[in-house]
Design a protein around this ligand. Structure first.
Ligand SMILES: [Zn+2]
Length: 98
């Protein structure tokens, strides 16, 4: 087991969001998929923010497995990611009591 590369954990989370969009919009991109999974595995805050890891991995696996991702799942992920991007851009000041 090698040490975790600190560059992975310090990767800008906005780069991860960019990779997510890339995978949603394009065919399977092996480099983007590796970056995304590597970051999610090492960035608990991203996992907590997204809360969509399982759906995201399912989508990526479907894409990379050659299956078409169902449109409903893609739409839901787009909404979740957009919310996440807004949180990242505006910080925590825009609190939304549930
Ligand atoms: Zn992150």
């Amino acid at each position: 087991m090698s040490d975790i590369d600190p560059e992975v954990t310090q990767l800008d989370c906005s780069a991860v969001i960019a990779d997510v969009w890339l995978l949603l919009d394009n065919e399977c991109d092996e480099n983007a998929r590796k970056r995304l999974q590597g970051h999610l595995d090492n960035c608990p805050s991203c996992l907590a923010h997204y809360g969509i890891e399982r759906q995201l991995k399912a989508l990526v696996n479907r894409k990379c497995g050659g299956d078409q991702a169902p449109q409903g799942l893609k739409d839901r992920l787009r909404i979740e990611i957009r919310k996440t991007v807004i949180v990242h851009e505006y910080g925590e000041q825009n609190t939304d009591p549930r």
